[in-house]
Design a protein around this ligand. Structure first.
Ligand code: NAD
Length: 272
C-alpha cells in the first residue's frame, strides 16, 4: 500500500506531457481574445509551442500585440493575406529567425456585409472573388510559402471551416460557398503535400460569438437553435476548438490528413 502511494506520488509530480514541446507555429487570424485562433494559440502555447502572430491592420495591431506578448511571442507582424508583399515578408522573417516551421493555423475569413445581407442571387462579382480570395485561396498561398520551411515528416496546416460549407445555413450565403471551396482546398492540399510529409486538416467549429460572426444576421437565433438541437445541448467555446486543434497539430494525429473535424457539440449529425 505504502509502495503504491509513493509510486502515485512520483507519477503526480512528473510534469504533464506537453504535446507541442519544441514546435514552432504561425497563427494567422487573431483579432481579439474571443477569436477562435486565440483559443488555438493559448492551447498550443500551454503545450510548449513557440508562436508567431500576425495582425490585419493598425487597429488590430493594438489588440493582437499584447495578446501575443502574453504568450512570449518573438514574432508579431502585419499580414493582409491579399498582399503578396506582406505574406512574403512574413515568411522571410520566420525563415531568418526560426529557419523552420512546424505548423500554420489559418483562421481567416471575410465577405462584404451587403453580400451576406442580400439575396444570394444578387452576390456581386467583386464580392464573390474577394470572399473566395481571402477565405479560401489564402490558405493555398500560405501553404506554398510555408512548404519550404515545414519540417519534413511533421509539417502541419490547419484551417477553420463551418457547417455552412455543406448545408444551407440561414444568412451564411456567400460564406457557405467560400467554406465549401476551403474544404475542397484542404483535400487537394492534403493529397498534394502528403508525399512531403505535410498534413492538412480543418476544424469545422460550431457558432461562436466573435468579430467575424457579428457579420451574420440573426446570429443570436442561430446560437439558440444550435444550443437547443446539438446533442450535447450546449454552445462550443474557443477552448473546445483549442483542444481539438492541439490534437490535430500534435503527433497524436500523425495518421490524419484531409479531414474536416467537427467541433460542434454534435450538431452536424442532427437532421433538424
Ligand atoms: P475573428 O473575427 O476573431 O477572426 C477572423 C480573422 O480574419 C480576424 O483576425 C481578421 O483580422 C482576419 N482577416 C480578415 N480578412 C483578412 C485578410 N485580408 N488578411 C488577414 N487576415 C484577415 O472571427 P473568428 O470567428 O475567430 O473567425 C476565424 C475563422 O473561424 C474564420 O475562418 C471563420 O469563418 C471561422 N469560423 C468561425 C465560426 C464562428 O461562429 N465564429 C464558426 C466556424 C468557423
Amino acid at each position: 500500500m505504502r509502495r503504491r502511494q509513493s509510486r502515485l506520488r512520483r507519477q503526480n509530480s512528473r510534469p504533464a506531457m506537453k504535446l507541442l514541446d519544441g514546435k514552432k507555429g504561425l497563427i494567422i487570424g487573431v483579432a481579439n481574445n474571443r477569436s477562435l485562433a486565440w483559443g488555438i494559440a493559448a492551447s498550443a502555447r500551454e503545450h510548449g509551442a513557440e508562436l508567431a502572430f500576425t495582425f490585419l491592420n493598425e487597429a488590430l495591431e493594438r489588440r493582437v500585440t499584447p495578446l501575443a506578448q502574453s504568450l512570449d511571442s518573438p514574432i508579431i507582424l502585419p499580414c493582409d493575406v491579399c498582399s503578396d508583399e506582406q505574406v512574403d515578408a512574413l515568411f522571410s522573417v520566420i525563415a531568418e529567425k526560426w529557419g523552420c516551421l512546424d505548423f500554420v493555423v489559418h483562421s481567416v475569413a471575410y465577405a462584404h456585409g451587403e453580400d451576406l445581407a442580400n439575396r444570394f442571387v444578387d452576390t456581386s462579382r467583386r464580392g464573390f472573388l474577394q470572399a473566395l480570395e481571402i477565405s479560401a485561396y489564402s490558405f493555398v498561398s500560405l501553404a506554398k510559402r510555408a512548404l519550404p520551411l515545414l519540417k519534413p515528416q511533421g509539417g502541419n496546416l490547419l484551417t477553420l471551416s463551418y457547417y455552412g460549407a455543406v448545408k444551407v445555413v440561414p444568412n451564411y450565403r456567400l460564406m457557405g460557398v467560400a467554406k465549401a471551396a476551403l474544404e475542397a482546398c484542404v483535400r487537394e492540399l492534403a493529397a498534394d503535400l502528403g508525399p512531403d510529409g505535410v498534413r492538412v486538416n480543418a476544424i469545422s467549429a460550431g457558432p461562436v460569438r466573435t468579430l467575424a460572426a457579428s457579420g451574420i444576421s440573426d446570429f443570436r437565433q442561430l446560437l439558440s437553435h444550435f444550443e437547443a438541437r446539438a446533442p450535447l445541448r450546449r454552445l462550443i467555446s474557443i477552448e473546445d476548438v483549442g483542444s481539438a486543434a492541439l490534437y490535430l497539430l500534435s503527433d497524436l494525429a500523425r495518421g490524419v490528413t484531409g479531414e474536416v473535424h467537427y467541433v460542434d457539440a454534435g450538431f452536424n449529425i442532427t437532421a433538424v
